[in-house]
Ligand binder design. Sequence first.
Ligand code: ARG
Ligand code: ZN
Length: 883
Amino acid sequence: QTIYLKDYTVPAYLVDQLALDIAIHTGFARVTARLSMRRNPAATASALWLDGEDLQLEALSIDGRALSPADYVLSDAGLSITTLPEAFVLESVVRIEPDKNTQLSGLYRSKDGYFTQCEAQGFRRITFYPDRPDVMAKFSCTLHADKAAFPVLLANGNPVAQGDEANGFHWAKWEDPFAKPAYLFACVAAKLDVVEDYYTTTSGRRVRCAVYVEPGKLDQCDHALAALKKSMKWDEDVFGLEMDLEHYMIVAVGDFNMGAMENKGLNIFNTKYVLARPDTATDTDYQNIDRVVAHEYFHNWTGNRVTCRDWFQLSLKEGLTVFRDQNFGMDVHSAGVTRIQEVRTLRAAQFPEDAGPMAHPIRPASYAEINNFYTATVYEKGAEVIRMIHTLIGKAAFRQGMDLYFARHDGQAVTCEDFVAAMQDASGLDLTQFQRWYNQAGTPRLVVKSAFDAAAKRYTLTVTQHYPATPYEERMAADGLPQARGPYHLPLVIGLLDAAGKELPLRLSGETSAAGTQRVLTLREDTQTFVFEDIASEPVPSLLRGFSAPVVLDYDYSDAALTHLMAHDSDAVNRWEAGQRLATGILLKGVEHKAQGEWIPAPYVDAIRALLASAFAPAGDPALVAEALLLPSETYLAEQMAVVDPDAIHAARLALRQHLARALRSEFESAYAQLAIDAPYSPDGAQSGKRALRNACLGYLAELGDEAANALVLSHYEQAANMTDTMAALSAIANLDIPARHTVLDSFYSKWKHEALVVDKWLQVQSTSRLATTTADVRALMAHEAFDIRNPNKVYALVRAFCAANPKHFHAADGSGYKLAADVIVELDAMNPQVASRIARTFDRWKKFDAARQALARVQLERIRAHVGLSSDVSEVVSKALD
Ligand code: ARG
Ligand code: ZN
């Protein structure tokens, strides 16, 4: 069943207050909810609808008068009541079974207690309620549970009372002073350890910051707690936004579908984004913790204080909050590295999504299952759209736009238009056309042509936009909702380099003097021409600097021009991008020739040699060099082909890595030696950058496969003093067909089998291994004690990583990879449709493969679709894929 944005209507009734009482007993919980309601003066409808799912109704009353079944209509999806006074108190009592809640949506059991996840529609699995974000109420929550088993009782807001009761139970009451939609509700009853600290806001509010974790993990909380305080400071400094509560709690839970959740004052996190110790977490894990903690904290304003009117507006809070956490990352880490990693993620995850069967604009006009729209498009492309507004209007106007947005909408549930209107009104820039970014799906392609007129010293860039319709637009048209399409309004940031690598002053025709060496060109039309004057000799254009728009840039660069940009561009993203373009060109040639013969040009090897040397120059940045040494992924290369040949891609990429390793062996060896770190571990940018480069060198050396290289990898493993180094070695070893592989993997497992997040790493190096036995190994690991299909992190590490990050095996010509994925999807769908659906998404690009592979994939997709009782989550994904 499809839901449409155009069908939005305001709720018939509003909730002013909600008093919840949740008593957790063995095997069930009883939830009593008192809703103080009144008719919405803005509504025309008069029936009350309360969502409810998997609830056993025990009692229902209005103003203290019990209702009989004749007074309401109850279905699987909820309850409706037609005859009601203007204002009333509705009380319901329901029984739920959190121990049987394997979906991890609503109230559920995890190892040490009970936790909640209510976004998007989990609250209806706790009690009957108008579970939609435009219904905002003040909540109180009283929890009751066994005191010895569940000593910690938490909910949103402030603790107001607590006490003991009969039978060893205790209770606690929490009150949230801010009205909020139900998706931001959270409560926890568990056995947890806590670490606390205090943060004082600029206006003097003393905030208790607390991180709750499973007993015994207190030594893994410091980084998350520090990240929280850093985030609070950053949001004050950059946006003038302060924490508004006295308590800010983060609770880590090992069973969690997504990354984390911004519940008001009580964030619930996947342990993966909280727990870190140098010997258990990698530099990347530390950085991810910074970013996710910041992300959830920033939601307090962009998401909670101002929330979404309906779920079509999800990007209103997610795109904006990702943009904010990205800027935090650029400020506290390295700006260049952070941006490069984002561009890589966007192109690895979002571009394929936008080119596949699930393509949708950042604000879709319809969906079948909202959980399927927590996508790279809504999040990452959504953040790029906000970034473009920032680039077009500038930092100062953007800040004014944010201030205006909060001045207008604090306490409201609003739409993407409301946000854009605030930016437009604050800046004076007309953003009407810009709104196409919210309505059109697909990645636009910019075709740029250059012409140089030596006599006139004139350089001309002609830019053409292409934006063909996607399956989304076809679906909408078939639904009778044709979507108008047109060119985008976007910023194209550029510079021009001369033959010496110097940046040229830029004067556009019609201007009296040059204004700087970098310009933001504004695109609005299908084709536009930009003429630069006083250009003495033909420059090399540096286009789309900083990745200023989420587009594919098509410009016919020569290898020499790319090598030039790689060495001289002042823009870190474009230096990196030039290297990626160069490598992509070479690799695609390698794919074409099945990596036979002399297909790797010597100048490329020289460019990589120079790149590596640049890390040791006075202003060298090892972290950026490490990024640049990483070749485009197999998945990225696949997207560049009309018909994907996964074996040829894998072979070409491996051959290029081996070629570089042989040609630059001594350079890699000496860099590896020079980059050794003596200091105690720190995840800071400088140290992690050195480690990244050192481990990149190790990765190349590991490709040599001779005795000396293997010995180096094994000694790196043995000497590793932190998880970053350990994993660098372990992932290399996992690709080696040597006897030591088993010994190392076994001893790693025995050492870490009680540390769940480390076991996930152990599963993932095996599921992403290139060895021929990988598919069989993954099947065997699914039966290993270390694996648990009910735990999302385990499924992501073993199965999703196999499907998404091991194309050689997932797309195996015998169909074994597709079969494995389908087996898991079908088994998991009955337990956890959200996770099953995320695995199903790995079939998205099946039509890009050859006919034989398509036939094998189709068999599995049809088998999944035919499965009786299939969830709406998986059904939507698979049907769209098969369409
Ligand atoms: N709002 C959360 C975040 O972005 C994600 C929650 C997603 N939950 C879901 N069931 N899809 O931080
Ligand atoms: Zn978010």
